[in-house]
Design a protein. Structure first.
Length: 133
């Protein structure tokens, strides 16, 4: 078997394994199905509006791509920055009070909703990865 065929088969198997892993996590309530679907949709730059209503703008995509590379489990800044948008807990809680947005800092959908709100409120200075858009 050629190297290219082997690499192709391995890639397909890994993709299949990841999809099954997310499905199993969702089945046991460890990952909400909507969050899994949202993350898979948002991994494509400039995603269409999600069923929950968050539109991923180019500015949001740039920030999330730079901050976490679309990894909702990413920890940065020595463990202080969490998730897709790399929120620090104190900033997240402050934004929650100001915006009224409910949800967990660990939830991808809530992170995107909070990021959208923060950018609308001109709070982009809270991210080291800024977009000029």
């Amino acid at each position: 078997m050629s190297y290219a065929k082997s690499l192709f088969i391995i890639t397909i198997l890994l993709s299949f394994t990841i999809a099954i892993s997310f499905t199993i996590l969702a089945q046991f309530g460890l990952l909400e199905y909507e969050t899994m679907q949202l993350v898979s949709e948002t991994m494509q730059p400039y995603a269409k509006p999600t069923q929950k209503g968050v539109i991923i703008t180019e500015q949001m995509a740039d920030i999330v791509n730079c901050e976490s590379n679309w990894n909702q489990y990413k920890l940065g800044d020595g463990g202080r920055a969490i998730g897709l948008a790399q929120f620090h807990e104190d900033t997240f809680l402050m934004f929650q009070k100001q915006s009224g947005i409910k949800g967990s800092i660990f939830d991808a959908y809530t992170q995107l909703k909070m990021l959208a709100w923060a950018l609308e409120e001109k709070k982009e200075h809270h991210w080291t990865c800024k977009s000029n858009k």
